[in-house]
Design a protein around this ligand. Structure first.
Ligand code: NAD
Ligand code: WQD
Length: 339
């Protein structure tokens, strides 16, 4: 298939570009480089001995989207583009609603006008809020998220339901990612957050290479075995393969499908620290700080629906995640170079 990746110069998009090329698809990226890298796009293509076409454009600009679609035709779109920092969304809700909602609506309108009928949408386990049960399966209630970022995902899931209802020939897969982490085994592409990392793994890697002095554990008094929060860390290459499987599912399955993508295993913060030290031999100094607002004690998925319907399951372990994240950070101590 000829696939357009919006936000494909970012963390998950670049890894998905590589896996799509490996699976024999043709890949084009559109990205405004607000948080992405051209170097990531180039390296992603090289890792698959292929080339990823790149268009620098903004999904808020309908003319820009039309320009990108003129470079088609495309059979499908994987929509990664958007803002994703929870804390930033609390401080700047209107910016998050405007960018995440408007860019998606602009994209879908162009897809409908151009007759592109397959869409894979980046959703998030955050739509489950504080889950009604764990492990979390797709029948669990989705709750009003605890932050504007999470609400954009919830609203967009609903918007896509309405689009499929109004346009029965539209095929949409909503993928609810748990905690993507790690980097391509080559160490050539990985997670390159701007500023101070919000997420655990990139913060740990920056401590490991000396960019940060010490890790603060956000609370160890949660109702979990060791008191720290438990999450389902999913290697980004496994996640990327999940997108390949979802695209191939859409080609034969009309309508709307929704899948949790995770390992089905949970690790606490302390277990991640120990896994990182085992995998790399590097000690991770830490101190215990206060709880972080909005954190829930435990979240991990029941992966059986994606296994049954996509034939997909995560293969890499938390040690693999730590090993490859460390390789990426060691080889790219300050992230991607300027292009
Ligand atoms: P990322 O920030 O690395 O990638 C997003 C990309 O979108 C960036 O390259 C950015 O430049 C681009 N972009 C942003 N706004 C744009 C616009 N208006 N027009 C064109 N390009 C634009 O983020 P990521 O971690 O790769 O996440 C990709 C998607 O997956 C996001 O939608 C995110 O909400 C979702 N998601 C991420 C996680 C996670 O933990 N990383 C978890 C669940 C869901
Ligand atoms: C995991 C655990 C932290 C950093 C977030 C978003 C979610 C999704 C994935 C986009 C928590 C603890 C972290 C640190 C720590 N993103 N931690 N010290 O919060 O599960 O999910 O990223 O969709 O929407 O909420 O992941 O990696 O931020 O935190 O102790 O320096 O690690 O408190 O318990 P989270 P995370």
């Amino acid at each position: 298939m000829r696939v357009l990746l919006t936000g494909g110069a970012g963390y998950i998009g670049s890894h998905t570009a590589t896996e799509l090329l490996n699976a024999g698809h043709d890949v084009t990226v559109v990205d405004n480089l607000a948080n992405g890298s051209r170097v990531a796009v180039r390296r992603a293509g090289r890792l698959a001995n292929g080339v990823v076409a790149f268009h620098e454009d903004d999904l808020l600009d309908t003319r820009g989207i039309e320009r990108t679609f003129e470079a088609g035709p495309f059979d499908a779109v994987v929509h990664f583009a958007g803002l994703k920092a929870v804390g930033e969304s609390v401080a700047e809700p209107l910016r998050y609603y405007r960018i995440n909602l408007t860019s998606t609506m602009n994209l879908v309108e162009t897809m409908l006008a151009q007759g592109v009928r397959h869409l894979v949408f980046s959703s998030s386990a955050t739509v489950y809020g504080d889950p009604e049960r764990v492990p979390i399966d797709e029948t669990c209630a989705v709750h009003d998220a605890s932050n504007p970022y999470g609400r954009t995902k919830l609203f967009l899931e609903r918007i896509l339901e309405d689009v499929v209802r109004a346009h029965p020939d539209m095929n949409v897969a909503r993928l609810r990612y748990f905690n993507p982490a790690g980097a391509h085994p080559s160490g050539d592409i990985g997670e390159d957050p701007s500023g101070i990392p919000n997420n655990l793994l990139p913060y740990v890697t920056q401590v490991a290479v000396g960019r940060r002095e010490i890790l603060t554990v956000n609370g160890d008094d949660y109702p979990t075995p060791d008191g720290t929060c438990i999450r389902d860390y999913l290697h980004v290459t496994d996640l990327a393969r999940g997108h390949v499987a979802a695209l191939e599912k859409l080609a034969t399955h009309p309508g709307l499908v929704t899948y949790n993508l995770g390992t089905g295993r949970g690790q606490s913060v302390y277990e991640v620290i120990r896994a990182y030290e085992r995998a790399t031999g590097v000690e991770i100094p830490f101190r215990v700080g206060p709880r972080r607002a909005g954190d829930i004690p435990t979240s991990y998925t029941d992966p059986s629906l994606a296994e049954a319907e996509l034939g997909w399951r995560a293969e890499k372990t938390i040690e693999d995640i730590c090993r490859y994240a460390h390789e990426w950070q060691t080889r790219n101590p300050t992230g991607y170079p300027e292009d």
